[in-house]
Design a protein around this ligand. Structure first.
Ligand code: SF4
Ligand code: SF4
Length: 197
């Protein structure tokens, strides 16, 4: 019999499978994947994005599977970002309060703004990446507007049924609550914790 956390993670896996089906549908309708193979621009300013508990537990599986030199590289990237942020007076609590908006101003366009898990232009936890990383590049309904990467689906965004990101995100929050976690954690702090747990 599964434990309650195992049940929650199994439900999260179903949610991830639904997202994959949605993406397959859009790729089929669009005729191809939308991103150039050498682009990773959307991973460049994500070192502080808040990540939910259910996504964190999945990310840990990906991080645990990496060789130690890669884990050490990721650890050092996260530590560097944290050092810069804390020198500017930021703390994880402060960042969660405003969804990391002020911290983004500090890291944007800087090397320490890169997602710690991006190594040599490749996502090292691709199969376990957070929900927003799975859907970005496709038209998404975020609950208030139709959003999309500026480089994809140019001029045709409204021709496709968007991914219901608001619905996926709400379910992520519910699953995280079921695991007893109300708060999200900024990426760099989360990664460091997951690597050292
Ligand atoms: S988890 Fe992977 S896809 Fe998401 S921002 Fe980091 S490197 Fe990019
Ligand atoms: S979503 Fe946009 S920035 Fe990210 S890889 Fe695709 S084209 Fe590049």
């Amino acid at each position: 019999m599964k434990t309650q956390p195992e049940e929650v993670m199994a439900t999260y896996q179903q949610l991830v499978d639904e997202i994959s089906q949605d993406i397959e549908r859009l790729q089929e309708e669009y005729g191809r994947g939308p991103c150039p193979s050498n682009c990773f621009q959307c991973c460049l300013n994500t070192s502080t994005i808040p990540i939910s508990e259910v996504e964190a537990r999945d990310l840990k599986i990906g991080l645990d599977a990496l060789p130690e030199p890669i884990r050490q590289h990721i650890r050092e990237k996260a530590q560097r970002t944290i050092e810069v942020l804390e020198n500017k007076g930021f703390s994880p609590d402060k960042m969660v309060q405003d969804a990391g908006m002020k911290a983004i101003d500090v890291i944007k366009g800087k090397s320490f703004g890169e997602c710690p898990m991006l190594v040599g232009g490749v996502c090292t936890v691709y199969e376990h990446r957070p929900v927003i990383c799975r859907v970005w590049g496709y038209p998404i309904d975020n609950g208030t507007e139709l959003a999309c990467c500026k480089k994809t689906f140019i001029g045709v965004r409204r021709n496709f049924k968007p991914i219901d990101y608001a619905n996926y995100w709400r379910r992520c929050k519910e699953l995280s609550l079921a695991l007893g976690a109300e708060e999200k954690t900024p990426n760099c702090y989360l990664v460091l914790k997951l690597l050292d747990d």
